[in-house]
Design a protein around this ligand. Structure first.
Ligand code: NAD
Length: 475
């Protein structure tokens, strides 16, 4: 049984938690749920070590983060196979996730070395002549990190790495379906010289996580997951510093000038790949494709062909592009949403078939904008393609969403790129590619129903800390 981590120590809890492979249902590991006493011990240790952690020198924080990065790189194959086993994503995407986590920790180590404060002159006003402010950032206190199932390693990394970089203890609650990658990260963290109370990784059922959210000794809550759970957390602790990384229904807009055969081949390849990577279970998977009327038919034909050519099947096979969803329930929900879209007048071009937890990569068109596959987050391998009459109408269609995480804009025009950046109400505009592009060190997060706050190391480090000013007088 895989242990979990309470204040840096391996422990087992009460009831067993069995982790199964989404593809074939076989047991891939077991761990156990943390007991209320173990949860209490983890939180008490985080609170007790907070001052010591905040005082850790930069070289010590950076050394721990570098160690994690190196160890993940050294164990990359094993870690990728573990991610595939518990999450079901194809091995090639699991390997990509490990590579990203390696870089997330490496960046955090670099940022830990750089993270300082600023000197601010105050003598811009006669009344403040002779005064100078020294602004340093201090941790707000221990962080609670709650993570989803779809990136079971790298989204945990995006909470743990910035916390350790600023010297904040962290308690992680991984998703119940995919705890093993986070527990392996705990094992690597335990090899470092960090004070023991600085990290805990606690498998907990959803209904028992609410107590952790409410605990006043964890003043920062960093949540990545679905909108409804995020809204519940926001409402439960209005006084806490909360970061919400929620869902989306990301759009790719193909503009009129993106019109050569090579342009459209590239756009179609990227759209087909990133609508279906991880079976569409990414918050920035391409869900809505909007194409200028002038290029619509040529793009649609290519997208259908490329989606139809994706290799589906066993995620343990290196050649598989699209594996199962996380559960049969998830695949059934997608099946229902597609049926509703077809009943509402949509056309099915490819896919539309479920087998257990797997759902075939699917392309729809002619779907009313209020159908769930357009308006909600499908979180499955389904894209809806629609024409727009102008690039500006495309911007309006991108914005016609309850979400605002990222958007992709295929254009060669700088003017259109700047117009998109100005107009689109999203956290990121990706020019010349799909909305699914993310570099781990860039600010990342959403607006509207996609959440609040940004991750990406430096923004999270700012979030986990607050300014403390010292004013020097008479200098
Ligand atoms: P989820 O909301 O069901 O669960 C996320 C986490 O919250 C899990 O650890 C879960 O156990 C926990 N949780 C559930 N109920 C809770 C409660 N009442 N109190 C405290 N914690 C609770 O999400 P999921 O199905 O695991 O993940 C998919 C969702 O995550 C999608 O909506 C996806 O878009 C979103 N997501 C967003 C980002 C982003 O960066 N914006 C990244 C990945 C995933």
């Amino acid at each position: 049984m895989t242990p979990f981590w309470v204040a840096g120590k391996a422990q087992t809890g009460s009831d067993e938690l069995t982790v199964t492979h989404p593809y074939d249902g076989r047991v891939v590991g077991t761990t156990s749920w943390a007991t209320p006493e173990q949860v209490a011990a983890a939180v008490a240790a985080a609170a007790a070590v907070a001052d010591e952690a905040a005082a850790l020198p930069a070289f010590a924080r950076a050394a721990a983060l570098d160690h994690v990065s190196r160890r993940l790189a050294g164990r990359a194959d094993e870690v990728a196979r573990l991610i595939t086993a518990e999450n079901g994503k194809p091995l090639k995407w699991a390997r990509a996730e490990v590579g990203r986590a390696v870089s997330t920790f490496r960046w955090a180590a670099e940022e830990a070395r750089r993270f300082s404060g600023e000197l601010q002159r105050l003598d811009t006003d006669p009344a403040a002549a002779g005064r100078l402010a020294l602004v340093k950032r201090v941790p707000r206190g221990p962080v609670l990190g709650i993570s989803p199932f779809n990136f079971p390693l790298n989204l945990v990394a995006h909470k743990v790495a910035p916390a350790l970089a600023v010297g904040a203890p962290i308690v992680v609650k991984p998703a119940p379906a995919t705890p093993l990658s986070a527990l392996l990260l705990g094992e690597i963290l335990a090899e470092t010289d960090l004070p023991a109370g600085m990290f805990s990784v606690l498998p907990l059922p959803n209904e028992r996580a609410a107590g952790l959210v409410a605990d006043p000794r964890l003043p920062v809550v960093s949540f990545t997951g679905s909108g409804p759970v995020g809204a519940r957390i926001r409402a439960a602790v209005p006084h806490k510093h909360v970061t919400l990384e929620l869902g989306g229904n990301a759009a790719a807009l193909v503009c009129a000038d993106w019109s050569s055969d090579a342009d459209l081949d590239w756009a179609a390849t990227r759209i087909a790949t990133f609508s279906n990577y991880q079976a569409g279970q990414s918050c920035i998977a391409v869900q809505r494709v909007l194409a200028h009327r002038d290029v619509f038919d040529r793009l649609r034909e290519r997208v259908i062909a490329k989606v139809g050519a994706l290799r589906t099947g066993d995620p343990n096979d290196e050649a598989t592009d699209v594996g199962p969803l996380v559960s049969e329930d998830a695949a059934r929900r997608v099946e229902t949403w597609v049926s509703e879209a077809l009943s509402a007048g949509g056309t099915l071009h490819t896919g539309g078939v479920r087998a257990g937890a797997s759902y075939a990569p699917t392309v729809l068109s002619g779907v009313p904008a209020d159908a769930k596959v357009c308006a909600d987050e499908v979180f499955g391998p389904v894209l809806v393609i629609a024409p727009v009459e102008s690039d500006e109408a495309g911007f309006a269609a991108v914005n016609d969403s309850a979400f605002g995480l990222q958007a992709g804009v295929f254009t060669h025009s700088l003017r259109t790129a700047f117009a998109a950046h100005r107009t689109l109400r999203v956290g990121g505009v990706i020019v010349g590619d799909v909305p699914s592009y993310r570099a781990d060190q860039m600010p990342y997060g959403g607006t509207k129903g996609s959440g609040e706050g940004r991750e990406g190391l430096r923004p999270a480090m700012d979030d986990y800390t607050e300014a403390r000013v010292m004013v020097l007088t008479g200098i």
